[in-house]
Design a protein around this ligand. Structure first.
Ligand SMILES: Nc1ncnc2c1ncn2[C@@H]1O[C@H](COP(=O)(O)OP(=O)(O)OP(=O)(O)O)[C@@H](O)[C@H]1O
Ligand SMILES: [Mg+2]
Length: 252
């Protein structure tokens, strides 16, 4: 379980995460949605300790993230950042192997290498595994970074806009992989998504942020409604149910 209590972050006078409290139970796929600037990435950064929160507490399985040693936390929680920049000239396989670092401490075992090769297969990166990151397309690079995070094999996985740069086929495959990973291994996957229909079709719960606060939270059938979408994004959407899933059409 992740418990965030009264998290708050400001830049100068501007409060960007405003007294947020949220409990995420273990297991399942939770999507975080909201307009640009709503505070989604800032909240994920606070949870993963990339950003020290000036106020509030974050507990991951009862461990306070601000006092838990980094290597202990890194075996429980992993994060894909929205802007992945890597200055070092690394191959895809080397990048993915970095995900094992909290476990292997730089001395990879046969098991660590097995994890790397399995993730390469799952994400269909075999053909580019030997290439350097600057020799990849945008979508291939995004999949390599997601592979690194999955290779860390933590119970809690935070992914900030994992579908960036992915084509429709790879985006669907990725969401199915997240769903399977949550269902088969009991992982807790928190995703920031801009495509509310992906959020609707693959999440157990959706959390909608607005102006640094959690505006709505619930299962997709409660969140994918014209009223909530109007409140969160200021657009008019028509909702249809297809195969038992709610789908929003917002570009009429
Ligand atoms: N280093 C910073 N200095 C000043 N303001 C910042 C900084 N980082 C973020 N902000 C502001 O904090 C607010 C929340 O940013 P955040 O990145 O959390 O939004 P987001 O919901 O992830 O948006 P997006 O969908 O565009 O990624 C924005 O108004 C942003 O301009
Ligand atoms: Mg963001």
């Amino acid at each position: 379980m992740i418990e965030v209590r009264n998290a708050r972050k400001s830049y100068g006078e501007t409060v960007v995460v405003d007294d947020v409290s949220i409990t995420v139970p273990a297991g399942g796929v939770i999507s975080l949605i909201g307009a640009n600037g709503a505070g989604k990435s800032t909240l994920l950064s606070i949870i993963s300790r990339l950003l020290p929160a000036p106020a509030g507490t974050v507990m991951v399985e009862g461990m306070d993230v601000t006092t838990t040693p980094g290597d202990v936390l890194a075996r429980r929680l992993s994060i894909l950042r929205q802007d992945n920049q890597m200055t070092a000239r690394l191959t895809v396989r080397d990048l993915i192997a970095f995900g094992r670092y909290p476990h292997s401490k730089g001395r990879p075992t046969v098991e660590d290498r097995g994890h790397v090769e399995r993730v390469i297969r799952y994400l269909e990166l075999e053909a580019v595994a030997h290439r350097f990151l600057d020799e990849l397309s945008g979508g291939q690079r995004q999949r390599a970074f997601i592979a690194m995070v999955l290779c860390q094999d933590t119970r809690y996985i935070l992914l900030d806009e994992p579908l960036n740069n992915l084509d429709v086929k790879h985006a669907v495959a990725m969401m199915k992989l997240f769903r399977r990973t949550a269902d088969a291994f009991g992982k807790t996957i928190i995703l920031v998504l801009h495509d509310i229909n992906f959020a609707s079709c693959y999440s157990d719960r959706i959390v909608a942020m607005r102006d640094g606060r959690i505006a709505f939270e619930g299962p997709p059938e409660e969140i994918i409604t014209p009223a909530v979408i109007r409140e969160v994004y200021g657009v008019e959407a028509a909702i249809q149910e297809i195969d038992g899933k709610r789908v929003a059409l917002y570009f009429r």
